[in-house]
Write a protein that binds this ligand. Structure first.
Ligand SMILES: Nc1ncnc2c1ncn2[C@@H]1O[C@H](COP(=O)(O)OP(=O)(O)OP(=O)(O)O)[C@@H](O)[C@H]1O
Length: 236
Protein backbone atom coordinates (compact mmCIF):
# COMPACT_ATOMS: atom_id res chain seq x y z
CA UNK A 1 0.00 0.00 0.00
CA UNK A 2 1.27 3.47 -0.83
CA UNK A 3 2.61 5.35 2.21
CA UNK A 4 0.62 8.56 2.75
CA UNK A 5 2.17 11.75 4.01
CA UNK A 6 -0.09 13.87 6.18
CA UNK A 7 2.31 16.74 6.75
CA UNK A 8 1.15 20.16 5.54
CA UNK A 9 3.13 21.52 2.63
CA UNK A 10 4.26 25.12 2.61
CA UNK A 11 5.61 24.76 -0.93
CA UNK A 12 5.49 21.95 -3.48
CA UNK A 13 7.93 22.22 -6.39
CA UNK A 14 7.17 19.91 -9.26
CA UNK A 15 9.36 19.27 -12.29
CA UNK A 16 10.61 22.83 -12.29
CA UNK A 17 12.84 23.83 -15.18
CA UNK A 18 14.70 27.10 -15.42
CA UNK A 19 16.91 28.35 -18.20
CA UNK A 20 18.90 31.55 -18.17
CA UNK A 21 20.05 32.40 -21.66
CA UNK A 22 21.44 29.25 -23.22
CA UNK A 23 22.00 27.58 -19.86
CA UNK A 24 19.58 24.94 -18.55
CA UNK A 25 20.03 25.54 -14.80
CA UNK A 26 17.21 23.65 -13.06
CA UNK A 27 16.27 20.29 -14.52
CA UNK A 28 12.96 18.77 -13.41
CA UNK A 29 13.47 19.85 -9.82
CA UNK A 30 10.85 18.40 -7.46
CA UNK A 31 10.69 18.58 -3.67
CA UNK A 32 8.42 19.77 -0.88
CA UNK A 33 8.91 22.20 1.97
CA UNK A 34 6.71 21.26 4.91
CA UNK A 35 5.28 23.48 7.61
CA UNK A 36 7.31 23.59 10.84
CA UNK A 37 10.44 22.00 9.46
CA UNK A 38 13.97 23.17 8.79
CA UNK A 39 14.99 22.03 5.34
CA UNK A 40 18.57 22.41 4.09
CA UNK A 41 19.25 22.78 0.39
CA UNK A 42 22.83 21.63 -0.15
CA UNK A 43 25.04 21.10 -3.18
CA UNK A 44 28.33 22.14 -4.76
CA UNK A 45 29.04 25.64 -6.08
CA UNK A 46 26.93 26.40 -9.11
CA UNK A 47 24.51 23.50 -8.45
CA UNK A 48 21.42 25.73 -8.60
CA UNK A 49 20.58 26.47 -4.95
CA UNK A 50 20.21 30.24 -5.29
CA UNK A 51 18.32 29.80 -8.57
CA UNK A 52 15.91 27.41 -6.81
CA UNK A 53 15.39 29.96 -4.03
CA UNK A 54 14.69 32.68 -6.59
CA UNK A 55 12.11 30.45 -8.29
CA UNK A 56 10.38 29.78 -4.96
CA UNK A 57 10.37 33.43 -3.87
CA UNK A 58 9.08 34.56 -7.26
CA UNK A 59 12.14 36.58 -8.35
CA UNK A 60 12.45 34.14 -11.28
CA UNK A 61 9.63 32.60 -13.27
CA UNK A 62 10.17 28.94 -14.07
CA UNK A 63 9.95 27.88 -17.72
CA UNK A 64 7.97 24.72 -17.01
CA UNK A 65 6.72 22.74 -14.05
CA UNK A 66 5.01 24.12 -10.99
CA UNK A 67 5.81 25.96 -7.76
CA UNK A 68 2.71 25.60 -5.64
CA UNK A 69 2.55 27.65 -2.44
CA UNK A 70 0.21 27.21 0.49
CA UNK A 71 -2.62 29.74 0.36
CA UNK A 72 -1.51 33.18 1.64
CA UNK A 73 1.99 31.91 2.46
CA UNK A 74 4.18 34.83 3.51
CA UNK A 75 7.79 34.37 2.46
CA UNK A 76 10.86 36.32 3.56
CA UNK A 77 14.24 35.87 1.91
CA UNK A 78 17.68 36.56 3.31
CA UNK A 79 19.88 36.65 0.20
CA UNK A 80 23.43 35.36 0.06
CA UNK A 81 24.50 38.99 -0.50
CA UNK A 82 23.45 41.69 1.93
CA UNK A 83 21.12 44.22 0.33
CA UNK A 84 21.29 46.98 2.92
CA UNK A 85 21.11 50.77 2.88
CA UNK A 86 24.80 51.22 3.71
CA UNK A 87 24.60 54.96 4.39
CA UNK A 88 21.86 54.52 7.00
CA UNK A 89 21.95 53.16 10.53
CA UNK A 90 20.70 49.69 11.42
CA UNK A 91 17.57 51.27 12.95
CA UNK A 92 16.90 53.25 9.78
CA UNK A 93 17.21 50.02 7.76
CA UNK A 94 14.66 48.41 10.06
CA UNK A 95 12.30 51.39 9.69
CA UNK A 96 12.52 51.17 5.91
CA UNK A 97 11.65 47.46 5.93
CA UNK A 98 8.73 48.05 8.28
CA UNK A 99 7.44 50.80 6.02
CA UNK A 100 7.78 48.51 3.01
CA UNK A 101 5.74 45.77 4.67
CA UNK A 102 3.39 48.35 6.20
CA UNK A 103 4.03 46.74 9.54
CA UNK A 104 3.94 48.32 12.97
CA UNK A 105 7.32 49.01 14.48
CA UNK A 106 7.54 46.69 17.48
CA UNK A 107 10.40 47.96 19.66
CA UNK A 108 10.06 44.89 21.88
CA UNK A 109 10.55 42.51 18.99
CA UNK A 110 13.52 44.46 17.65
CA UNK A 111 15.14 44.56 21.10
CA UNK A 112 14.50 40.87 21.68
CA UNK A 113 15.97 39.69 18.38
CA UNK A 114 18.85 42.20 18.24
CA UNK A 115 19.93 41.29 21.78
CA UNK A 116 19.90 37.59 20.91
CA UNK A 117 21.99 38.29 17.83
CA UNK A 118 24.47 40.56 19.63
CA UNK A 119 23.41 43.32 17.24
CA UNK A 120 21.84 45.86 19.57
CA UNK A 121 24.95 47.94 20.23
CA UNK A 122 25.42 48.43 16.46
CA UNK A 123 21.93 49.57 15.52
CA UNK A 124 22.63 53.29 15.99
CA UNK A 125 25.71 53.05 13.75
CA UNK A 126 25.85 53.39 9.97
CA UNK A 127 25.80 50.05 8.17
CA UNK A 128 28.95 50.79 6.10
CA UNK A 129 30.91 50.64 9.39
CA UNK A 130 29.69 47.08 10.13
CA UNK A 131 31.80 43.94 9.77
CA UNK A 132 30.64 41.20 7.35
CA UNK A 133 29.18 39.13 10.20
CA UNK A 134 27.30 42.11 11.66
CA UNK A 135 25.78 42.83 8.23
CA UNK A 136 24.63 39.18 8.03
CA UNK A 137 22.97 39.58 11.45
CA UNK A 138 21.13 42.70 10.31
CA UNK A 139 20.00 40.96 7.10
CA UNK A 140 18.73 38.07 9.21
CA UNK A 141 16.84 40.45 11.49
CA UNK A 142 15.27 42.24 8.50
CA UNK A 143 14.07 38.91 7.10
CA UNK A 144 12.55 37.95 10.48
CA UNK A 145 10.67 41.16 11.18
CA UNK A 146 7.81 40.77 8.65
CA UNK A 147 6.91 37.57 10.57
CA UNK A 148 6.97 35.22 7.54
CA UNK A 149 5.51 31.71 7.40
CA UNK A 150 8.48 30.57 5.33
CA UNK A 151 11.90 32.04 5.97
CA UNK A 152 14.44 31.41 3.21
CA UNK A 153 18.03 31.82 4.33
CA UNK A 154 20.80 31.73 1.71
CA UNK A 155 24.10 31.09 3.53
CA UNK A 156 22.94 33.00 6.64
CA UNK A 157 25.92 32.10 8.80
CA UNK A 158 28.76 33.03 6.47
CA UNK A 159 31.17 35.27 8.37
CA UNK A 160 29.62 34.58 11.79
CA UNK A 161 31.81 33.73 14.77
CA UNK A 162 31.06 30.47 16.68
CA UNK A 163 28.97 32.10 19.44
CA UNK A 164 26.94 34.08 16.92
CA UNK A 165 26.34 30.88 14.97
CA UNK A 166 25.00 29.16 18.07
CA UNK A 167 22.70 32.13 18.75
CA UNK A 168 21.40 32.19 15.18
CA UNK A 169 20.95 28.39 15.23
CA UNK A 170 18.88 28.66 18.41
CA UNK A 171 16.76 31.42 16.92
CA UNK A 172 16.09 29.37 13.78
CA UNK A 173 15.05 26.40 15.94
CA UNK A 174 12.76 28.71 17.92
CA UNK A 175 11.09 29.79 14.68
CA UNK A 176 10.41 26.15 13.84
CA UNK A 177 8.84 25.66 17.28
CA UNK A 178 6.58 28.61 16.48
CA UNK A 179 5.32 26.66 13.45
CA UNK A 180 7.40 28.42 10.78
CA UNK A 181 9.15 26.73 7.88
CA UNK A 182 12.79 27.44 7.20
CA UNK A 183 14.67 26.73 3.98
CA UNK A 184 18.40 27.19 4.42
CA UNK A 185 21.38 26.79 2.13
CA UNK A 186 24.80 26.15 3.60
CA UNK A 187 28.15 24.67 2.64
CA UNK A 188 28.81 23.95 6.31
CA UNK A 189 27.50 20.40 6.52
CA UNK A 190 28.31 20.01 10.22
CA UNK A 191 26.07 23.03 10.82
CA UNK A 192 23.35 21.50 8.65
CA UNK A 193 23.50 18.30 10.75
CA UNK A 194 22.96 20.35 13.91
CA UNK A 195 20.19 22.50 12.50
CA UNK A 196 18.11 20.82 9.84
CA UNK A 197 15.45 18.10 9.95
CA UNK A 198 15.74 17.22 6.28
CA UNK A 199 18.05 17.97 3.39
CA UNK A 200 17.76 18.10 -0.37
CA UNK A 201 20.97 17.59 -2.34
CA UNK A 202 21.21 19.26 -5.75
CA UNK A 203 23.95 18.89 -8.35
CA UNK A 204 24.01 20.30 -11.89
CA UNK A 205 20.40 21.40 -11.42
CA UNK A 206 19.16 17.89 -10.56
CA UNK A 207 18.01 16.56 -7.20
CA UNK A 208 20.24 13.67 -6.09
CA UNK A 209 18.82 13.06 -2.59
CA UNK A 210 15.92 14.11 -0.37
CA UNK A 211 16.12 12.56 3.11
CA UNK A 212 15.75 13.09 6.81
CA UNK A 213 19.05 13.96 8.48
CA UNK A 214 18.73 11.30 11.20
CA UNK A 215 17.92 8.67 8.56
CA UNK A 216 21.08 9.47 6.63
CA UNK A 217 23.23 9.60 9.77
CA UNK A 218 22.24 6.01 10.51
CA UNK A 219 23.70 5.01 7.12
CA UNK A 220 26.60 7.45 6.72
CA UNK A 221 28.88 8.69 9.48
CA UNK A 222 28.44 12.29 8.46
CA UNK A 223 26.53 14.33 5.92
CA UNK A 224 29.91 15.29 4.51
CA UNK A 225 30.57 11.62 3.71
CA UNK A 226 27.29 11.32 1.84
CA UNK A 227 28.08 14.54 0.00
CA UNK A 228 31.50 13.25 -1.09
CA UNK A 229 30.06 9.90 -2.17
CA UNK A 230 27.21 11.40 -4.15
CA UNK A 231 28.81 14.52 -5.54
CA UNK A 232 32.45 13.56 -6.03
CA UNK A 233 32.08 9.88 -6.78
CA UNK A 234 28.75 10.29 -8.56
CA UNK A 235 27.08 7.46 -6.59
CA UNK A 236 23.37 7.52 -5.91
N1 LIG B 1 22.08 35.41 -14.36
C1 LIG B 1 22.73 34.30 -14.75
N2 LIG B 1 23.17 34.17 -16.02
C2 LIG B 1 23.80 33.04 -16.43
N3 LIG B 1 24.05 31.99 -15.63
C3 LIG B 1 23.66 32.08 -14.36
C4 LIG B 1 22.97 33.23 -13.84
N4 LIG B 1 22.69 33.01 -12.54
C5 LIG B 1 23.18 31.79 -12.25
N5 LIG B 1 23.76 31.23 -13.35
C6 LIG B 1 24.40 29.93 -13.41
O1 LIG B 1 23.49 28.98 -12.89
C7 LIG B 1 24.18 27.96 -12.18
C8 LIG B 1 23.57 27.85 -10.79
O2 LIG B 1 23.87 29.05 -10.06
P1 LIG B 1 23.39 29.24 -8.56
O3 LIG B 1 23.84 30.59 -8.13
O4 LIG B 1 21.95 28.90 -8.48
O5 LIG B 1 24.25 28.11 -7.83
P2 LIG B 1 24.45 27.84 -6.27
O6 LIG B 1 24.17 26.39 -6.05
O7 LIG B 1 23.67 28.81 -5.46
O8 LIG B 1 26.02 28.11 -6.12
P3 LIG B 1 26.92 28.62 -4.86
O9 LIG B 1 26.99 27.49 -3.90
O10 LIG B 1 28.24 28.88 -5.52
O11 LIG B 1 26.30 29.85 -4.32
C9 LIG B 1 25.66 28.35 -12.20
O12 LIG B 1 26.31 27.61 -13.21
C10 LIG B 1 25.64 29.82 -12.55
O13 LIG B 1 26.80 30.17 -13.24
Amino acid sequence: MEKRDFRIKAVAIRKANKRIGEKHILKNVSFDIFMDEILALIGPNGAGKTTTIRCISGIYKIDSGDVEKNHNLRISVMSEKDFLWEGDSGYKNIERVYRYFEGKLSKEKINHYSEKLGLKEFLEKKVHTYSKGTKRKLSFLLALLPDPDLLILDEPMSGLDPISRINMREMIKELKKMGKSVLITSHDLAEVEKLADRFVLIKDGKILADDLIWDILSKYQTLEQLFIDMVKEGKS
